[in-house]
Ligand binder design. Structure first.
Ligand SMILES: C[S@@+](CC[C@H](N)C(=O)[O-])C[C@H]1O[C@@H](n2cnc3c(N)ncnc32)[C@H](O)[C@@H]1O
Length: 225
């Protein structure tokens, strides 16, 4: 059974386990989070179809459609280890998968901290639980309402797709020539690629696109403060 087919079965079992009255009191996102934990990692082909630039989505894995492909989270961790950033910002914490991975990498580095931004209170609670003890601050706030408190060395833009470019512009004054940013969900089907191509054409970023199932682009600001 695929994850698409499996998740509802897990959800039904959870509802039976909790009883309809308790389950009814749980917000949709809480039940979804519990379901996610129970379904575990699945091939990404459950959420991404083969594409011209990524013919084998089944070679990647994810736990749900919101959380980043696990192999891409590993790539973000590689940047954290290789670049040794002091200050990292993530937009869109969701269930804390990448925040936790970044936090663990920063802890291994022995310096640096992450601020991760998420407006959903249920997700914030879960992310705080999975990042406890790590140099991670989960802030309950929309990304565009956040003002960084230090120069940004690395940013992972992963909130709503329509906010990605605005987030880059919002945080650009806090970036420097060595800042590296990652834009998630750049695959053609998400519609973000043309906006990023425009940023590149206007000479605002130098970018590299990677053909992963949901697509990811790493970039450096071409004009920083
Ligand atoms: C694709 S998920 C993030 C996945 C996560 N970064 C990971 O690697 O597992 C997008 C998240 O952005 C959150 N979100 C929605 N609006 C937002 C906003 N204005 N600012 C920050 N996050 C937002 C959603 O609630 C959702 O949890």
């Amino acid at each position: 059974m695929t994850a698409r087919g499996y998740a509802p079965v897990v959800r039904d079992r959870l509802v039976r386990f909790l009883g309809p009255a308790r389950a009814g009191k749980l917000k949709g996102t809480r039940l979804y989070a519990l379901t996610r934990v129970r379904t575990g990692r699945r091939p990404e082909s459950n959420w991404s179809d083969p594409a011209v630039d990524c013919a084998h989505p089944e070679w990647w894995h994810a736990t749900d459609l919101d959380s980043t492909e696990l192999e891409v989270t590993e790539l973000v961790v590689g940047f954290i280890r290789a670049l040794q950033p002091e200050f990292v910002v993530e937009t869109g914490t969701a269930f804390g998968q990448t925040a936790r991975a970044i936090g663990r990498a920063l802890k291994k580095n022995g310096h640096g901290h992450l601020v991760t931004l998420e407006p959903d209170p249920v997700r914030v609670r879960q992310a705080r639980a999975v990042t406890a003890g790590l140099p991670v601050e989960v802030v309950q706030l929309g990304s565009l309402d956040y003002t960084p408190t230090a120069p940004i060395d690395f940013a992972w833009f992963d909130s709503l797709i329509e906010l990605r470019v605005e987030e880059f512009r919002r945080f650009l004054p806090f970036m420097h020539s060595g800042t590296v940013v990652g834009f998630h969900d750049t695959a053609p089907r998400f519609g973000l690629a043309p906006q990023l191509a425009e940023l590149e054409a206007q000479g605002e970023i130098r970018a590299m696109r990677l053909p992963t199932p949901r697509g990811v682009m790493f970039a450096q600001p071409a004009r920083s403060s």
